[in-house]
Write a protein that binds this ligand. Structure first.
Ligand code: BES
Ligand code: ZN
Ligand code: ZN
Length: 495
């Protein structure tokens, strides 16, 4: 979908559909430029068919010149924030997809307190994210041949320059989230550890990012017993992908992003139950998130930023050489870990990536993103990402970015009492801390490898797929959660 901003009023556009975003019970005054549509709207309100309530949609045909159809999208009576605009835009695009009109023009709600940049950004995000489909491997059923919207025009007689800036930002963020969805929706036989390496090499070729890929040999040299250990049961070699963005001042402490790239999690020898196991292809959503964020950062090309992303990538399968419960492995910083349950593998591969990345780059802050624990779903359901952190100000920055983006987070505590649950009789640590507080003890495990570096852990087990259904989030499949939050955070981050 292409999106452009035009000074023309929607009623003058010869397109299949013009969408007007309408607040509840407002009478539009003379200031409105959409006189023809106002006539319709007045009739619709008078008839009682449309009041502008949140979620209401009315489509009618236009016998006059200009657009073939006119759609009113109700936005409710509360002041509209960015999330409200995303939701309304997503609803409009979903309804528009059922009509035969490749071109659509939007007239933004007037009188909103959102700046033109934020308004355009939110309209774009809602539209692009709502139009997302993953239909690569299936033929459409007869009754679902949906119209593809190829062009969206945002009508804005004033503030055109700001609106264009918002469009470009919104497009970059939304497309990045869609690319994370694309990676995650690929099946495990296609999206392998090597697929992560390939996408990173492509980014190096086509953008200003640099990339480095570790294979088994380099991992062995670095002593990455976590990543290698988890990989032992798989027939496919592991990869550690490093992507780097650096622009501006040389002496900046970088921001380190780490994403769990477990391309299929069977649980290993501690095999998961069969029902629903297919969903474990999504266990690489953290990795997809940080790769998509790096691609977006390369496009935005901000000055004075140094960002590094690491994706430890492997399958977790019960092959003949697989890790067994009771095995002891050594992480690259020398910490020994007794593997109690081979299904708690994410923390093992993240431990290597965190310890290695922190030693190598001495980052000013670290953010990891991982589908780490089923307990995050028990605690918070599918509506909020769990956040754990050793640094209040970093946590506040990520929380704010999540709120601004419509991806709410909820912070859980860390603490010595919880960390104690990871004490092993035979090694420095064991990899599980029992059933109580599973999300917290998993984060405590990671904290051992982060030490004092300011750090935020995002457990996206509940939100990476099957996320709260919204007009711009698909009812099934990967959500792309975290991508827009991290881009927003990085834009505001001074390292
Ligand atoms: N990838 C899973 C976590 C997960 C489960 C994500 C369900 C999304 C939905 C992770 O590797 C795992 O299996 N964790 C175990 C840890 C346990 C053995 C301590 C879990 O949460 O059950
Ligand atoms: Zn697991
Ligand atoms: Zn896992």
């Amino acid at each position: 979908m292409d999106i452009k901003v035009s000074k023309s009023a929607a009623v003058d556009c010869r397109v299949g559909l013009a969408v007007f975003f309408v607040p509840e019970n407002s009478s539009r005054g003379k200031e409105s430029a959409m006189t023809d549509a106002d006539g319709f709207l007045a009739l619709a309100r008078k008839s009682g068919d449309f009041s502008g309530r949140d979620g209401e949609i009315l489509t009618c045909y236009n016998p006059g010149s200009g657009p073939d159809r006119i759609m009113f999208v109700g936005c409710g009576s509360d002041p509209l924030d960015a999330e409200g605009v995303r939701l309304a835009s997503g609803r409009a695009i979903r309804a528009a997809a059922k009509l035969k009109s490749p071109q659509v023009v939007f007239t933004p709600l007037r009188g909103s307190s959102l700046s033109p940049v934020l308004m355009a950004e939110a309209l774009c995000e809602g539209a692009v994210l709502a139009a997302y489909r993953f239909n690569k491997y299936r033929k459409p059923d007869d009754d679902e041949a949906e119209n593809e919207i190829s062009e969206l025009i945002i009508s804005s007689p004033s503030a055109t320059v700001s609106m264009r800036r918002g469009v470009s930002l919104g497009m970059i963020k939304a497309r990045a989230a869609c690319s994370a969805r694309d990676m995650a929706n690929e099946p495990g036989n296609v999206w392998t550890p090597e697929a992560f390496a390939a996408v990173a090499r492509n980014l190096e070729k086509n953008t200003g990012l640099t990339c480095r890929v570790f294979g088994e040999k380099e991992m062995r040299k670095a002593g990455m017993g976590g990543l290698l250990g988890v990989n032992q049961g798989s027939g496919k070699p592991p990869r550690l992908v490093v992507l780097e963005y650096q622009q501006g001042r040389k002496k900046m402490s970088p921001l380190l992003l780490v994403g769990k790239g477990l391309t299929f999690d069977s649980g290993g020898i501690s095999l998961k139950p069969g029902a629903g196991m297919e969903e474990m292809k999504y266990d690489m959503c953290g990795g997809a998130c940080v790769v998509a964020v790096m691609a977006a950062i390369a496009e935005l090309a901000p000055e004075n930023k140094h960002i590094i992303a690491l994706v430890p990538a492997t399958e977790n399968l019960p092959g003949p050489d697989a890790l067994k419960p009771g095995d002891i492995i050594t992480i690259c910083d020398g910490t020994t870990v007794e593997v109690i349950n081979t299904d708690a593998e994410g923390r093992l591969i993240l431990a290597d990536a965190l310890a290695w990345g922190i030693k190598k780059y001495k980052p000013g802050a670290v953010i990891d993103v991982a589908t780490l624990t089923g307990a995050a779903i028990i605690g918070l359901g599918h509506h909020r990402t769990a956040m754990l952190s050793n640094d209040d100000s970093l946590a506040a920055g990520i929380t704010a970015a999540g709120d601004d983006t419509g991806e709410p987070l909820w912070r859980l505590p860390l603490g010595k009492e919880y960390a104690k649950q990871l004490k092993s009789e035979v090694a420095d640590l064991k990899n599980v801390g029992g059933r109580p507080a599973g999300t917290i003890t998993a984060a405590c495990f990671l904290e051992k490898f982060v030490k004092d570096t300011p750090w935020v852990h995002l457990d996206i087990a509940g939100t990476a797929w099957g996320y709260t259904e919204k007009s711009y989030i698909p009812g099934s499949g990967a959500s792309g959660v975290g991508v827009r939050t991290l881009i927003e955070f990085i834009r505001n981050w001074r390292g």
